[in-house]
Design a protein around this ligand. Structure first.
Ligand code: DGL
Length: 235
């Protein structure tokens, strides 16, 4: 059995790294769908078509567990994928709103793609976790994941400065990196909001993979190191 992991590009590798660190003795196939990047500005129908063909491919490569290493695809189509592929165990990535709320942050800023920010799933996360005394600000970051994917540094700086100007007077003490591409620019975000703690959900995803392996009775600790195959579907 292989474990499949996919995203619209390099973002998913930040999730994959955590999974492999926790579970090094399994075999992984990573699929970076760069040719369809950005996911965060696509319709639900487009996303379901795109992700279904990746899932078909990963199933053909003997993946029984598939990690959606992308907040956008998780919040917009994981439920539909679970219905379409009932035999596959899907593990998704959602913005770490719960972590921020559990840490008793007062003013949390969630950075994510427009599709994630406007999803029902994010509203559910807020409803389930936010205490009355807490404020959560949602920032749809148009173009940011795409600029990170293709290394467009001027564009990244422009988007970050705009975020800074919009939220600097909100006393932000926690920033949720709600897109798996954003850990790559962690240092730049931190320098603009030096008092904020930055959180992402990647470690939680890795622990969930372990939990699912345990439920499937396929969990084993061993000194052997598995394989990692990385496929990039480029433009
Ligand atoms: N890395 C993805 C996410 O976590 C998607 C970025 C994109 O393609 O827009 O949302």
């Amino acid at each position: 059995m292989n474990i499949g992991v996919f995203d619209s590009g390099i973002g998913g590798l930040t999730v994959m790294e955590e999974i492999v660190r926790l579970l090094p003795n399994y075999d992984y196939i990573f699929y970076g769908d760069q040719k369809n990047n950005p996911y965060g500005e696509k319709t639900d129908e487009e996303l379901l078509n795109i992700t279904s063909s990746i899932v078909d491919y990963l199933i053909s490569r003997d993946c029984h567990i598939i990690v959606i290493a992308c907040n956008t695809a998780t919040t917009r189509c994981m439920k539909k994928l679970r219905v379409k592929y009932p035999d596959i165990v899907f593990i998704g990535t959602v913005p770490a709103v719960k972590v921020a709320c559990d840490n008793d942050s007062r003013n949390t800023l969630v950075l994510a793609t427009p599709a994630t920010i406007h999803s029902e799933r994010v509203q559910e996360l807020i409803l389930d976790n936010k205490k009355e005394t807490q404020n959560i600000y949602l920032a749809p970051c148009y173009g940011l994941a795409n600029a990170i994917e293709f290394n467009e540094n001027d564009k990244i700086d422009m988007i970050l400065l705009d975020l800074h100007d919009t939220y600097i007077d909100k006393n932000i003490d926690c920033i949720v990196l709600g897109c798996t591409h954003y850990p790559y620019i962690k240092d730049s975000i931190q320098s603009l909001f030096p008092d904020a703690v930055l959180v992402d959900g990647n470690n939680g995803v890795a622990r969930e993979v372990r939990h699912q392996l345990q439920l499937m009775d396929r969990y084993e600790e061993s000194d052997t190191v598995g394989t990692v195959e990385i496929i990039f579907d480029r433009k």
